[in-house]
Design a protein around this ligand. Structure first.
Ligand code: M6R
Length: 361
């Protein structure tokens, strides 16, 4: 039941501190500060191939950045409907990882089965533990989001991201890339995320005010760099799904390669800008948007310097370790889509034309 909430989506956004905590505890030990040695032998593989659809695909892309950065493990991510039909060339030392909330998405399941038949080791990061994918994969990597009712995925997404980040830490340890001190730092950072997610979810007044204006837009651009790039695409997908506003997620560095042509006074740009090693670069992209009259909504910590320019509004998530920024920044992105849709009066939990589980092609 929805309880005090207007929609399941709102309830599920607020459940994320618990679902992320629960999922992290599957893979990490808070007391010892160590990654649990799970069923995956990351030292025995030389590549990961993630396969997923929709929001799970964006979680997979965030996972990819982290597997490569922390564990030095090459990782590819592909949309299952493409992977399935293009005869991909994969070595036997590749681990295929399906990511799915339902565990029933037809294209993801078929891709997983194909990998298994090709003789690859397979794993499934799934939320429904009795699903077809959970049964099909050699290794089950559960997420603990609980039942997700809203068609627009929120808590299943952050649970997938949490599982993949935790697995990347385990991979780093197993492959000798992460020493004991670093492991303790990363595990501690991950376990800080539930509290910071809760903080973001509570401070929604600023987001509601921004959403009020966003509801008037016809097109919205989402920008980010690094792991914030897939989150930008996820933000655009959320906004499209429930508010029916056209939105695109772009790597901030791609702005001048085309999308900047869209910028005008009517086209807001939402930028995901945690204080990381590419913050300055994102800022200069925002100055370019602002100089062309485009309204900017910058999601960045209060401590971050403000770029020069007119019409730059800010949403302030708390300061956080760069590893967990995709978990923490997911919340303002989800709330922005949610309040925009509520303002427009759309059917938030049952958006038109969408099904919760896509079991046909
Ligand atoms: O159950 P799955 O995670 O395999 O579903 C994948 C997509 O269909 C799903 O994420 C979809 O994109 C959602 N509507 C996103 O909000």
């Amino acid at each position: 039941e929805k309880g005090e909430y207007r929609h399941f989506m709102e309830k599920e956004i607020h459940e994320q501190p618990d679902s992320v905590q629960h999922t992290l505890s599957e893979y990490l030990d808070l007391v010892t500060g160590k990654a649990k040695t799970g069923a995956i032998d990351f030292a025995a593989i030389d590549r990961i191939q993630i396969i997923a659809c929709g929001t799970a695909f964006y979680a997979g892309q965030i996972g990819r950045y982290t597997f490569e950065r922390i564990a030095g493990l090459p990782c590819d991510v592909e949309i299952a409907s493409e992977f399935r039909y293009r005869s991909p060339a994969l070595s036997k030392s590749t681990l295929a990882v399906a990511v799915s909330q339902s565990g029933e998405t037809a294209d993801t399941l078929a891709s997983l089965t194909w990998c298994k038949r090709e003789g690859l080791k397979t794993a499934a990061v799934v939320n429904v533990h009795s699903s077809s994918m959970a049964r099909e994969a050699d290794i089950l990597c559960p997420t603990h989001a609980g039942p997700e009712i809203g068609v627009a995925s929120t808590k299943a997404f952050t649970a997938q991201v949490a599982a993949l980040l935790a697995l990347a830490v385990a991979a780093g340890v197993q492959r000798g890339r992460v020493d004991a001190d670093k492991e303790a730092e990363l595990v501690k950072a991950l376990f800080e995320s539930p509290r910071l997610i809760a903080e973001c979810a509570e401070h929604h007044a600023d987001i509601e005010a921004v959403a009020h204006d966003l509801a008037k837009a016809r097109d919205v651009l989402f920008l980010g760099r690094g792991a914030m790039f897939p989150l930008a695409m996820e933000g655009a997908l959320k906004l499209k799904e429930i508010s029916y506003i056209h939105a695109e997620g772009y790597a901030a560095g791609e702005l001048k390669h085309g999308p900047i042509a869209l910028i005008d006074e009517e086209t807001p740009t939402v930028a995901l800008a945690p204080l990381d090693d590419v913050f300055e670069k994102t800022c200069s992209n925002l100055q370019e948007v602002s100089a062309r009259g485009g309204p900017v909504i910058m999601i960045a910590p209060e401590t971050a310097p403000a770029p020069h320019g007119a019409d730059i509004r800010r949403i302030h998530p708390p300061d956080c370790h760069p590893l967990i920024a995709p978990l923490v920044y997911a919340v303002p992105v989800q709330l922005l889509a949610y309040y925009t849709a509520v303002h427009k009066g759309t059917d938030v939990d049952q958006p038109r034309n969408l099904a919760k589980s896509v079991t046909v092609e």
